[in-house]
Each structure stands twice: as structure tokens, then as C-alpha cells.
Design a protein around this ligand. Sequence first.
Ligand SMILES: Cc1ncc(COP(=O)(O)O)c(C=O)c1O
Length: 417
Amino acid sequence: MTARITGRNFLFVPGPTNIPDRVQRAMLVAMEDHRSSKFPELSTSVLNDLRKVFKTDTGQVFIFPSSGTGAWEAALTNTLSPGDKILASRFGQFSHLWIDMAQRLGYDVEVLEVEWGEGVPLERYAERLRADTRHQIRGVLACHNETATGVTSDIAGLRRVMDSAGHPALLFVDTVSSLGSIDFRMDEWGVDLAVSGSQKGLMLPAGLGILGVSRKALEAMPKSTARRCYFDLADMIKANATGYFPYTPSLPMLYGLRESLNIIFEEGLENIFSRHRYLAEGVRAAVTKGWGLKLCAKEPKWYSDTVSAILVPEGINGAHVIDVAFRRYNLALGAGLAKVAGKLFRIGHLGDLNELMLMGAIAGAEMAMLDVGMKLTPGSGVGAASTYWRANDPAPKRRVSQQEQFYGAHSTGSIQG
Ligand SMILES: Cc1ncc(COP(=O)(O)O)c(C=O)c1O
């Protein structure tokens, strides 16, 4: 199919997410001197305000011109030494890639293999941590939201497990697809290294690796013998103290981040979390009630409010659905990765989104599924999502009564055109 597709592309991969117009405009700036006396106003304000998003008063936040993967590397190499023992669990492509990185950096990783569709296995962590009476495990890794399978894990529960085992290891958490969209509490949950990136809940392009670091982790740094240079937090701490970076920062990204933080605080973090829950519930209604399909997440306790991974039936290739959605309907859906390639497709529902944007994704996914031969009732996904959303607005004040509708400008015919 070579015809030009008109209209907007519907971007529903779970990151990069849709960038609000305000953020796009804020990034459209002439370059400036990043060593000017004015620059620290911008850098200090975004670094301070990011702490509110991580919910940390005592920790420090760092921004690297990388992506989330760079922040993974910074977290590991600044606080642990090669050969150190790490406890981690693998249940999707992103928890896998972090483990793979830790192994390639020379750490001794003990991996708890978990079925894809489940999340951090608290009982198994508890067992291993209790057994480690000599405290040889130095780092505990967990992926808060596994983007590949649409699974969210209980990080507060993991902290309880570590505390009840009296275990002093550092807690490393991947928040790349949860920060700013699913509740995350760095201080309250005792997270030492919180890894994130710019292109998901922060509604920016990819290009910033963002890392929250606790006091305890900062104190562990001098003991680390890992080799590092570009990602050395010591250089960053020194430069950030005066409002600068040890190298050239991306100005448009920092201006964009300033605006995205403004938008986040205007809506309010807690409202953002409930909006994500509400939008996700509508998508889940479309999947399970409308289409009669299953999510990759095995139980409701694992359901992710930022991404749904939808299993396609035997004999259907999820990649085919994605390709038809893209080429025919200008809709970008997320692919099945690694072990689940072909078995599912994903709808990302995070960032700057509302019901009707998601209706586009649900309708387009449904049309693509019908096109590849799946037996569905046309309109069933949209119908189920609409039923859920109409009945469950998390901001009840927004609800329009029939009375208001009747007296609205359009119903009086007073507006022309
Ligand atoms: C949970 C999770 N961790 C890590 C990454 C890697 O981040 P990046 O692609 O920004 O390097 C991703 C990317 O999608 C992710 O979803």
C-alpha cells in the first residue's frame, strides 16, 4: 500500500508518548549558552521539581543526556563493584535487559525466573533475602512496570520484604514506564536507585536518562570500584551544585521538561494516577468484555495502568495486526517483544491522553484485528470502553447533567457556523 495516509498518526506505543503542544512549543527555542549565568535557573528548577515526581525529599535527582538505559547503567556502576551479588527477577524484555546489562558489567546476578505475565515474586525474594544471612547480596533489582507484558509490581511490598529480612542491600527500581503515571514513592518505599527516562509519563521525546538516588546510595558511591566516566555521578554532583552539567546538556529537552513538569503539577500527580487508572480500566473493558480477549498480565493484581498487552488467539500473528493497524489506519501499536513476539500487541495508555484519543486506538486495533481474520463483533471494544468511561469519571465535577446539556449554547441555536 503506497497511498499517502492523511490525518494524524495515532501513537499508542507505550513510549514515546504523545507530546503536548505546550511542551513542543517550549522546546522550539534558539540555542543558548549553557554556561551563562542564567542557565542555573532552568537546571535547578527542573532538578528540584523532578524530586516531587519521584516523591523524594531526601534523595537527589540526576539527568543524563541518554535514555532510560543510560540511567540503568549509571545506577549500577556508581554504587556496586564488579563481582557484587545482585538479586533480580526476569518476567519480560525490560527486566531481562537490565539483568543482561548487569551481567555484562561484571556483576554476579542471581536471577529469579518468573512466568511472563506475572511480576516481582515477593515470596521468593523474601526467601532468598532471609537465607542471605551474611548479606552478600548488595543490590536488589525490580522492574516497577514491565512494559513488555503490561505488568505492575508491588514495590512497597518489596520494601517490606527487605525490611522484615533485615536486609541492607540497595533497592534498585526501574520506573521508566511508571514514573508520573503510576504512583511511585521513592522515600516511603525506601528505593535507593530509581531509574527513569523522558519519553513516557514525562511526555517528552526520548533523550534523557533520569535517576533518583537516595542518601544511602550516595554514601555507597565511594566504595564502588566499577569503572565509569560519562556516567560518573561524582562529576554530575560537582557540576550540578553550581547549576551546570559536566558536559553540554540538551537545552530544548530541558525547556520541554520544565513545561511538562508545569503541566504535571497543574493536573496534580494524584489526579494523573487516577486518570491513568480510569483510562486503563476502559481499555481493559474493551479487551476483556468487548472483544473477549485476554491480557498477558495473568491476574488483576498485575494489571498495568500504563500499557495493556493483549494476547491474540492461536493462528493469528500479533505482528500482522500491528502492521495492518499502521499501514492501513495510521495507528502505531506496541509490538510483542522477545518471548511474546507475535503472541500479542500492546496499547500504550500513558501520558497526555483522554478517552477519545484512546477510542481511536481501540477502534483502529479492532478494525485491524477484523482485517486479519479475527472473529469479533465490530464496535464491541468501543462499546465496552464507552460504557465504562461514561459511568466512572474520576473527576465527577466534570459530569454533565442532562439539564446542563439542554441549556448549552448549541442546543439554543445561538451560535452560528
Ligand atoms: C520498563 C523499561 N525499562 C527500560 C527501558 C529502556 O529505556 P530506554 O529505551 O529509554 O533506554 C524501557 C523502554 O521502553 C522500559 O519500558
